[in-house]
Design a protein around this ligand. Structure first.
Ligand SMILES: Cc1ncc(COP(=O)(O)O)c(C=O)c1O
Length: 408
């Protein structure tokens, strides 16, 4: 799938021809030229700290402001002031969980899930521990790696203050119906913190439609640089006791943005979101960035669905490999094209090494979804081999992958 970028005149968004097949996107995606250009442009023309009265500082301010607006468009946040940038999703989640932990009282509980990446588990478990309250785990159905909703309903008691749950599993690709989960949680008076890191490159986020309370993602998973993004409802971001320096502003978003930010990275975030918005369109003019994102994600969905079908059908014809998670055709809408396998006669590491020898890059292990790999009983056998597809992957690459698997 060739994806040209219309936002930067000299952009060469098609990744340079390389022999490698990148199936490591869930660990970090490749970056189009327009993102690199935006970062170089920042550092060469207006590199300065923000808030000054001179040209480079004013231009920096404008670039930072644009990054907040671009991220608001990506998440459909009501206001750019609700966008917090930071080092990565893990740091931002710890930042928020520590502040939230200061509001926990004896008898309170927090809920985490066995599907989540540990970055949306440990920060809440540790905040609960520090506050002397209980963290409880919502189970999964191990047969198809979907969330056990009955277990969630049982655990959503009036004692629960917050549910931390992922939009999509980074290990097995399951997509959660987070809109329904937020509704269910709110009926019980529970706040919802969504991890959209794995979801963001595949499907369109909509914090207003989902009515979640917080959401975090990471630009390096959606073709941008290493920058974390946190969104929260304005009244919550204003009300929670943020850990901050005294001279730093009490206003949003500044009260949550610790220290000097990665300015060139933020310029890259805007470029990555513009890149996404450019997919499937020939003109940057006309519809708003959000409208272009809506269209782009329809295109991404269709392409990825075709790739996922091809890969899952190919694996189904090779019973030597077990696919963990959703495989049934009629259920495949509930997954992104992140497909994890094990083999009867090879460890995940051996498969990864074999693929690497064919210049096919894929991750093996638990991918930090430790609760999940333990629940599935694969942790002590080396975890999973993860084949992570994104929109820049092609059917030819899937064919090469299947052929490489046959050579094992
Ligand atoms: C689903 C998910 N959540 C959270 C994280 C942590 O993100 P970060 O590296 O930005 O801290 C990852 C990283 O792999 C992830 O895949």
């Amino acid at each position: 799938m060739f994806l040209g970028c219309v936002n930067y005149p000299d952009c060469k968004c098609a990744l340079p021809a390389q022999p490698a097949i990148y199936l490591d996107g869930p660990g970090g995606t490749q970056v189009p030229q327009c993102v690199l250009d935006a970062m170089i442009h920042y550092l060469t023309t207006c590199n300065a700290n923000h808030g000054g009265v001179f040209r480079t500082s004013r231009e920096s301010d404008a670039i930072l402001h644009e990054a907040h607006q671009a991220a608001a468009d990506l998440l459909n946040a009501p206001s750019a002031e609700e966008i917090i940038f930071g080092q990565n999703m893990t740091s931002l989640t710890f930042h928020l969980s520590r502040a939230f932990g200061r509001t926990l009282r004896p008898g309170d509980e927090v809920l985490v899930t066995r599907m989540d990446h540990d970055a949306n588990v440990s920060p809440w478990v540790l905040a609960a521990r520090d506050a002397g309250v209980t963290a409880r785990f919502v189970d999964i159905h191990p047969d198809d790696c979907t969330l056990d909703l009955d277990d969630l309903r049982r655990k959503l008691s009036p004692r629960v203050r917050l549910l931390a749950v992922t939009c999509a599993s980074n290990a097995v690709g399951t997509v959660n119906d987070v809109r329904s989960l937020a509704h269910l949680a709110h009926e019980a008076g529970v706040l919802v913190y969504l991890d959209a890191v794995h979801y963001a490159p595949h499907r369109l986020i909509d914090v207003q439609d989902w009515d979640c309370d917080f959401l975090a993602c990471s630009a390096y998973k959606f073709f941008g640089p290493h920058v974390g993004i946190l969104w929260g409802k304005q009244e919550l971001l204003r009300g929670l006791p943020a850990y901050k320096l005294r001279p730093a502003t009490e206003d949003l978003p500044g009260r949550w943005m610790t220290g000097t930010q990665n300015h060139e990275g933020l310029a890259g975030v805007t470029a990555a979101i513009d890149y996404l918005a450019s997919i499937g369109t020939t003109s940057a003019a006309g519809p708003s960035r959000r409208e272009r994102l809506v269209h782009a994600f329809t295109m991404i969905y269709e392409h990825e669905r075709m790739l996922a079908d091809r890969l899952l059908d190919g694996l189904a014809a090779r019973p030597r490999f077990r696919v963990w998670g959703i495989t049934r055709r009629e259920q495949r809408d509930q997954r992104v094209p992140t497909v994890s396998i094990t083999a009867v006669d090879r460890s995940p590491q051996q498969i990864a090494e074999h693929l690497a020898s064919r210049e096919i890059y894929a991750w093996n292990g638990n991918m930090y979804a430790l609760e999940l790999t333990e629940r599935l009983g694969v942790e002590e056998h080396g975890g999973l081999l993860r084949l992570g597809l994104v929109h820049y992957n092609t059917t030819d690459e899937i064919n090469a992958l299947l052929q490489a698997l046959d050579e094992l």
